[in-house]
Design a protein around this ligand. Structure first.
Ligand code: NAD
Ligand code: ZN
Ligand code: ZN
Length: 341
């Protein structure tokens, strides 16, 4: 059965013929219907050996939806054939955070050689995936799998980041980077807050996507972007940075109002100096949100089922994974690329 695996650090991903895994203990076997390609997958493929705690080989794919095929799932009220989204940030399963369904902030994160499905553990860019416990499965009803898969990260991560902001009705929020996560972030802001949403990207096509996603104002990155944003927002109450590079972090710090909040979501490797005084305004807070909780995933799925959030997708068969990765790397994907194994 086909699986797209990272076999060794520095190697391109390879499509191999793997055994269908057999569930043991609490595990549940899922027949994958869709697996999203995240920019984090590119960061993993580009990582220097030793930079990440994962130990290849493992199957890629951390945005997964499919249906229950076999295993231990009755306690969660599931049956064979039930369609589910997979909560991806699997933790140790034993600490207080994991018990609360907040595996994303598992107490043992630093010791685990994985961050979740497809990130050090076998993931969903395959026909089958083993999920360690049925508590990671969220029913999706008749929601399209190509929607549900990206919602588990490109939906859940912005949802968690937005939930961490306290936004007044007249708040101004700047979204930097309107790709897979950013375009869903704009929709979540529009669906769950009354904030004015300003979107920034380096690509015209991304601004068109921001516009379709409900942004009030879109701006192409230029030398005067910070000045224009400061003037038009009066100082941003919050900035969601879905890039996290040196230029975007400095733009973010430069547009925040005193007391504003910066959520750094992108793993672009940029640096921001935190000193008093420094580039951040007085009272600013900085957060590094990682993925989200199981409860938040259920809320995102509910928003999508209600029609408030729709991921824009480009779909590919698993056999075209290499081309799909290349499109993402070239900045040619609009929204999310999704593999259909
Ligand atoms: P993506 O490639 O789909 O989108 C990135 C967008 O940023 C693109 O539209 C691109 O044009 C834009 N961009 C690039 N450089 C820019 C710049 N200097 N200024 C403005 N816009 C710029 O990526 P994605 O899948 O949405 O992921 C975004 C980032 O979030 C990645 O770094 C990814 O690793 C990270 N991520 C973090 C978490 C988390 O839990 N914190 C979860 C998922 C992804
Ligand atoms: Zn991701
Ligand atoms: Zn834990």
């Amino acid at each position: 059965t086909p699986a797209l695996r990272l076999t060794a650090w520095g190697d391109p991903p390879s499509l191999v013929d793997a055994e269908v895994p057999e569930p043991t203990g609490t595990e549940v076997l899922i027949r994958v219907e869709a697996a999203g390609i995240c920019h984090s997958d590119l960061h993993v493929l580009d990582a220097a050996p030793g930079a990440l705690p994962y130990r290849p080989p493992f199957t890629l794919g951390h945005e997964i939806a499919g249906h229950v095929a076999a295993g231990d799932f009755a306690a969660e009220g599931l049956a064979v054939g039930d369609r589910v989204a997979v909560y991806g940030p699997w933790g140790c399963g034993a600490c207080r955070r994991c018990a609360a369904g907040e595996d994303n902030y598992c107490d043992r994160r630093a010791e685990l050689p994985w961050s979740g499905a497809g990130l050090g553990r076998d993931g969903g860019m395959a026909r089958y995936v083993l999920v360690p416990h049925a508590r990671h499965l969220v029913p999706i009803g008749d929601l399209d799998a190509a929607q549900a898969a990206p919602l588990t990260d490109a939906g859940l991560t912005p949802y968690h980041a937005v939930a961490g902001l306290k936004l007044a009705d007249d708040a101004a929020v700047v979204v930097i980077g309107v790709g897979g996560l950013g375009h869903v972030a704009i929709q979540i802001l529009r669906a769950t807050t009354r904030a004015r949403v300003f979107a920034v990207d380096v690509r015209e096509a991304a601004l068109a996507l921001a516009d379709r996603s409900g942004a009030h104002r879109t701006l192409l990155t230029r030398t005067d972007t910070a000045t224009v944003l400061r003037r038009e927002t009066g100082g941003a109450d919050a900035v969601l940075d879905f890039v996290g590079s040196d230029p975007t972090l400095s733009l973010a710090a430069g547009v925040l109002r005193p007391g504003g909040a910066l959520a750094i979501v992108g793993s672009g490797g940029g640096k921001l100096t935190v000193t008093k005084p420094g580039p951040l305004p007085p009272g600013a807070s900085v957060s590094l949100p990682f993925w989200g909780s199981g409860r938040e995933l259920r809320e995102v799925i509910a928003l999508a089922r209600a029609g408030s959030v729709r991921v824009e997708t480009e779909q590919f068969p698993l056999g075209a994974a290499v081309e799909a990765f290349a499109r993402l790397r070239a900045g040619q994907v609009s929204g999310r690329a999704v593999l259909l194994p």
